[in-house]
Design a protein around this ligand. Structure first.
Ligand code: NAD
Length: 425
């Protein structure tokens, strides 16, 4: 189909496989004068066996370009970005990485610095669209005092785990999180509950969590019992048949649990119709599964103290919740609500040491998207900087990063897993 239309082959994305190096080649590390992160990042990369270069020679090819922009305190200082990226622009390897580190504008010392730091977003998003060849580009704002918390994020963004994440802005808060005893099994000893785990993205989340060492509780509706049992068997976890919208679901769930570290609210449904044609049942069902049931469950688990300190609540939103979508008023409302839930609950949960974040997938290759009409499907796949659909594992890896003990100072974030979709902000 792609060949017949004369479309170019999309780049083959580098994805994580155990035992492979963090980056595919050396990292070029630059900094604006006065940057507070470059030294630390250089040491960190060297410690994990990545070769770090501070300047590029002719013909050098890098696995990643990392620039510490925290030293930029006014707009004239933005010239440092050109000086670093112009000569290095063609030196990135296929599926390489660009990461710019900045200070959150709201933590800047004055308006000039806030303006310059906000400007970084334009650069990183444009590079994501310019570099091509599967190269991703992100901006990571590190709050002053959060310098010691960048490792889990750099390990994610530089590696093949973030293959389908591009054009994102991540905020790391102040504080120093615990370091996992084994970065290959950061969820060792943690219990992770995944809803909607019988198939698709939820099954991938369960598998990646188990790979990372977690005890997985895989939950889905009784009608999906066989598929659920098979996922639970695969990950040596527990299967839990429960309809999340049943009136007694929060209590039944709470009664079964003795405590958990991570809950991933992945279960979701669509009932697509324009609002003019939608019946009230279609509206109610989508809002209840995708949003209200999560609120009820969070509230009861928190009230009963079943989400342990250091806990993580992770929601699955959608591009539709950011950009809106014709025929999906109900779905987009529920998914924008997931973003609202994350943003409003983050400060409430912070004193308990619990984080709440969401991922917002774009076009992911699942049974759901396989059912789309062929032209719509191919357009959906292509309309992003990586010119292809993502895989369920890409969403799962992003969730695993947010669930890691190393991500304890990341809260209130919504990270899109959309290949930098052309839709939405
Ligand atoms: P899917 O339909 O393949 O899987 C969803 C699972 O949730 C199913 O196993 C289903 O049985 C379960 N579920 C539904 N209602 C439930 C209920 N009341 N109680 C318990 N379980 C219930 O969907 P998917 O494509 O894997 O999507 C997973 C999540 O990602 C959803 O929230 C979806 O909205 C979101 N998402 C998917 C895409 C995509 O491209 N596939 C894009 C954006 C967002």
């Amino acid at each position: 189909m792609v060949k017949r239309l004369g479309l170019p082959d999309p780049p083959r994305l580098r994805r994580f496989t155990a035992g492979t190096p963090l980056t595919d080649g050396p990292v070029l590390l630059g900094a604006a004068p006065g940057g507070r992160l470059a030294d630390h990042v250089g040491k960190l990369l060297s410690a994990v066996g990545v070769q770090v270069a501070e300047s590029a020679g002719d013909g050098d090819r890098f696995g990643a370009l990392v620039f510490d922009a925290t030293g930029i305190t006014d707009s004239t200082g933005l010239r440092a970005l050109y000086d670093f990226f112009h000569p290095a622009a063609r030196s990135g390897r296929t599926s390489g990485r660009v990461v710019v580190l900045g200070t959150p504008p709201e933590s800047a010392a004055n308006p000039r610095e806030a303006t310059a730091q906000r400007a970084l977003e334009g650069l990183t998003r444009s590079i994501g669209k310019e570099f091509g060849r599967g190269i991703t580009s992100q901006l990571v704002y590190v709050e002053p005092g959060g310098e010691g918390a960048v490792e889990s994020t750099l390990r994610f963004l530089l590696s093949g785990r973030s293959a389908y994440v591009s054009g994102q802005v991540v905020r790391i808060g102040a504080g120093t999180p615990g370091v996992p005893a084994d970065w290959d099994r950061p969820l060792d000893g943690k219990t992770v509950l995944v809803t909607g785990a019988a198939r698709g993205i939820g099954a991938a989340i369960a598998r990646v969590a188990a790979r990372d060492g977690a005890e997985v509780i895989a939950l889905d509706v009784p009608a999906a019992g066989d598929a659920l049992a098979s996922v639970a068997n695969d990950v040596r976890g527990r299967a839990l048949q429960l309809d999340l919208t049943a009136p007694d679901a929060p209590h039944r769930l709470a009664d079964l649990l003795t405590g958990l570290e991570v809950i991933v609210h992945n279960a979701g449904i669509t009932r697509d119709r324009t609002i003019a044609r939608m019946d009230e049942g279609g509206w109610d069902a989508v809002l209840d599964v995708n949003l209200s049931s999560q609120e009820r469950i969070n509230d009861l688990l928190l009230a009963r103290g079943l989400i342990n300190a250091g806990g993580r609540i992770i929601g699955v939103s959608s591009m539709a919740g950011i950009a809106g979508n014709r025929g999906q008023t109900n779905y987009a409302t529920s998914k924008a609500g997931v973003i609202g839930l994350v943003q409003s609950m983050a400060p409430v949960l912070a004193p308990k040491g619990i984080t709440i974040n969401a991922v917002a997938p774009g076009f992911i290759e699942t049974a759901m998207t396989a059912k789309m009409p062929v032209f719509l499907r191919e357009a959906g796949r292509r309309m992003n900087s990586l010119a292809q659909g993502g895989l369920p594992v890409d969403v799962a890896e992003t969730i695993a990063w947010l669930a890691s003990p190393g991500s304890a100072t990341i809260t209130g974030n919504v990270v899109r897993v959309c290949g930098q979709s052309l839709l939405g902000a």
